[in-house]
Design a protein around this ligand. Structure first.
Ligand code: Q46
Ligand code: ZN
Length: 304
């Protein structure tokens, strides 16, 4: 197996591109895929300040490295979720990555600053942990970006993640979510733009990129992820991909090119009128935003 570009012995093959690469050319391939995603979807303009959400895993640390490689001014934000040993060690990976490269890492510790952890919050509001976690992440990343004057929040969602989310949305024909599923969510009053620069790279490519760039990342998955539907969707798509390389990318990108637009109106009609949350000022459809309501209920439950 030879590298497609330089004909040196190849280290990795990427079946959906029908190509193999040596280490250097593979790193360049990853950079090109991110460049294509950023330019193709108008994710980031030159000179904009980017805040990347980092979890200590391969995708977010790899995405940070790729954005810096491509010349974007990018700081990281790590959220402490209070998920026991997993949170302790993921935080260490994020800090070590930033320190070794002289990059700026902001941190928000949810238990320390808001008085609850994700599991307790989820149990109190009777939501799955990932629901309470996703709500907290969306809220706190946006808030940190607004406070820090960042133009855009980037996340490490890769091709596999996006295809799995699409699969779930299609299984339910959830028109509102399908209308919002796009690698760029534009800015709106009180919301910064959100982008997914890894949308053209698979999970396997990100793991290989990290190995080739010597990025040390937390390999264990969050313990809360176990058994969730998202993983089952990924497995189903992997089975298809195995039989038909490129199926996953085709599923996602055909939707983005030809299907997404048909659902945009459904996403807009669901939105409703937004006013500032009376506690934190974030735009919300109610009086108090969902994040603040969740915090109040958890602290109330503890008798605080
Ligand atoms: S961190 Fe949070 Fe994930 Fe853990 S609780 Fe679920 S959403 S699985 S990316
Ligand atoms: Zn609020």
């Amino acid at each position: 197996m030879k590298c497609r570009r330089c004909k040196a012995p190849a280290l990795i093959d990427v079946r959906r591109h029908n190509a193999a690469f040596c280490a250097d050319c593979f790193v360049r391939h990853c950079q090109e895929q991110v460049r294509r995603a950023i330019d193709g979807f108008d994710m980031i303009q030159p000179g904009e300040r980017v805040l990347i959400a980092v979890s200590g895993g391969k995708d977010s640390l790899g995405a940070w490295e790729l954005l810096v490689d491509l010349g974007y001014e990018t700081d990281g934000l790590y959220l402490g979720l209070g998920i026991g040993e997993y949170s302790d060690s993921s935080g260490r990976y994020a800090r070590e990555f930033a320190a070794a490269r002289g990059l700026k890492l902001l941190e928000v510790d949810i238990p320390g600053e808001y008085g609850f952890d994700i599991q307790t919050a989820a149990a109190t509001v009777r939501r799955p942990p990932c629901g309470a976690c996703g709500l907290s992440k969306r809220h706190l990343f946006n808030q940190a970006a607004l406070e820090g004057g960042y133009d855009v929040v980037a996340t490490g969602h890769n091709l596999d993640d996006e295809a799995a989310v699409l699969f779930g949305n299609v299984l339910r024909w959830d028109a509102e979510y399908l209308g919002r599923q796009y690698p760029v969510l534009p800015a709106a009053p009180g919301f910064v733009r959100k982008v997914k620069p890894l949308v053209r790279l698979s999970e396997r490519e990100m793991a290989a990129y990290c190995v080739m760039r010597g990025i040390d990342y937390i390999v264990e998955e969050c313990p809360m992820a176990e058994g969730n539907r998202h993983l089952a969707y990924k497995e189903a798509l992997n089975t298809l991909e195995q039989k038909s390389p490129g199926a996953k990318a085709n599923f996602l990108f055909s939707f983005l090119e030809r299907g997404h637009e048909r659902f945009v109106a459904d996403a807009e009609t669901e939105r409703g009128e937004l006013t500032p949350c009376t506690v934190c000022g974030s735009p919300t459809t109610g009086e108090v935003c969902a994040f603040c309501r969740m915090g109040e209920r958890v602290r109330g439950r503890d008798g605080a």
